[in-house]
Design a binder for this molecule. Structure first.
Ligand code: FE2
Ligand code: FE2
Length: 346
C-alpha cells in the first residue's frame, strides 16, 4: 500500500469506542423459557467455538507485514478482545439455557470462572495437531516474499466478518428465541465494525494494483474456505451452511448479497465464493443421504418453466431435514431423531 492510499475507516473512533460486548440488560432469566431447535443449538456451539478460536487467527495475521502497520495492530488488539467476548456470550447463553458440555467447576458463589469451557477450547486446539501449527508458515513466507500478501489477509478477513454477521442474521431468521435475537443483534453491531475495517483495508490495498488483485483472486479461488473450516469437520461446516442458508429463498438471497458485497472489492468480480460453498454442500448432501443431518426425501418435481439445466438440477437436488439432535450440539447427524422437514432452495 502506498502513502497516497487512504483507508476508509475511522480507526481513532473505533479504538476509542471498542469495548466488551454489553449484555448486562439481556433478560437472562427468560432464556430457558423459550425453546431452541436442534439446529439452533448446533449453530450456537459452532459459533461459540469459532469466536473463541479468533485469537489463533490473530497469530497468522501477526506473521505478515500487518505487524509493521500500527493502525492494523491497534485494530487487531481490540478486535481479538471483542471476539473473545462474543465466544463468551454464546457460552453464557447456552449455560443459561441449561447446556454446559463438558460441565465446568464453579466458584463458591455458583458463578463460572472465566474463560469458560477451557477444556472444550483446549481440546479443540489440540486436536488440530501439528499441521494446523505449520499452517503459519505459508503466511510467514508469503508475506516475506510478496508485498501484496497482506491484501489477501485483509480480504480474507472481510469475507469472514461479513459471512459471520450474515450467518447471525440467518440464525435470527431461523430461530424463534427472542432473547437469542437480542444477543445476536448486539454481536452483529461489533461484526459490522470489524467488516468495515477489513473491507476498507482490502479496498485500499487492491484499488489500482492489478498484481495484488491477481494474487488475491488466485488465492481465494484455490485456498479460501468458509469461517470455521479446518477447525470444524467438513460435515459440521456443511451442516451449518445448510441449516442457515438452504431452507428458504431468504437464505440463498442472503448468500447472493454477501457475494455481491465482497465482489465490490476491486478485482473480485464474479468469484461467487459463498454460492459455491452452498452448492457444494447441497451436492454432498444429495450424494450422501444423512450427511450433515439432511434426510433423503423424494426429489421435488422440476419446474417446467425453468431452463433445462435448472430443471435437471432440481430433479437431482436433495430434500432436507433439520439437523438431528446432538448431545454437545456440534456433531449433526450422529444421534437423535427429531427432524423438521424443510425444502432446500438452490
Ligand atoms: Fe465475533
Ligand atoms: Fe468479528
Amino acid at each position: 500500500m502506498t502513502d497516497t492510499q487512504t483507508i476508509d475507516f475511522d480507526i481513532d473512533r473505533y479504538l476509542r469506542n471498542s469495548k466488551k460486548l454489553d449484555l448486562s440488560r439481556l433478560p437472562w432469566a427468560e432464556i430457558p423459557n423459550h425453546p431452541l431447535a436442534d439446529g439452533d443449538l448446533m449453530c450456537m456451539h459452532y459459533m461459540m467455538d469459532i469466536e473463541t478460536h479468533t485469537v489463533i487467527y490473530l497469530r497468522d495475521l501477526l506473521a505478515t507485514r500487518a505487524a509493521h502497520d500500527p493502525q492494523a495492530t491497534a485494530f487487531l488488539a481490540c478486535w481479538v478482545y471483542e471476539e473473545l467476548w462474543h465466544g463468551e456470550a454464546f457460552s453464557a447463553f447456552l449455560r443459561a439455557y441449561g447446556i454446559e458440555v463438558p460441565a465446568e467447576p464453579k466458584l463458591p458463589d455458583g458463578s463460572t470462572p472465566l474463560p469458560t469451557r477451557p477444556r472444550r477450547t483446549a481440546q479443540l486446539r489440540e486436536q488440530l495437531g501439528v499441521g494446523h501449527r505449520l499452517a503459519l508458515i505459508p503466511s510467514l513466507l508469503g508475506s516475506a516474499v510478496m508485498r501484496d500478501f497482506i491484501a489477501l489477509h485483509m480480504t480474507w478477513g472481510a469475507i469472514n466478518e461479513l459471512s459471520t454477521l450474515t450467518g447471525y442474521y440467518q440464525l435470527i431468521r431461523r430461530s424463534e428465541h427472542p432473547v437469542l435475537h437480542q444477543m445476536l443483534r448486539r454481536v452483529i453491531q461489533d461484526e459490522r465494525r470489524h467488516f468495515a475495517f477489513y473491507r476498507a483495508q482490502a479496498k485500499a490495498r487492491l484499488a489500482g494494483n492489478r498484481r495484488a488483485q491477481r494474487l488475491v483472486r488466485w488465492a481465494l479461488r484455490r485456498l479460501w474456505t468458509p469461517v470455521g473450516a479446518g477447525v470444524k469437520s467438513d460435515e459440521e461446516v456443511d451442516a451449518l451452511v445448510l441449516y442457515l442458508f438452504a431452507d428458504a429463498p431468504e437464505g440463498r438471497q442472503a448468500i447472493r448479497e454477501l457475494d455481491a458485497t465482497i465482489e465490490d472489492i476491486p478485482g473480485l468480480r464474479g468469484l461467487g465464493l459463498m454460492q459455491g460453498v452452498l452448492d457444494r454442500a447441497l451436492e454432498r448432501a444429495r450424494r450422501k443421504p444423512g450427511w450433515a443431518g439432511m434426510a433423503p426425501m423424494p426429489a421435488p418435481a422440476p419446474d417446467p418453466a425453468a431452463p433445462r439445466a435448472a430443471r435437471e438440477g432440481a430433479a437431482a437436488r436433495p430434500t432436507a431435514a433439520g439437523p438431528r439432535r446432538a448431545a454437545n450440539g456440534d456433531r449433526p447427524g450422529l444421534a437423535g431423531s427429531e427432524q423438521t422437514t424443510i425444502e432446500p432452495i438452490a
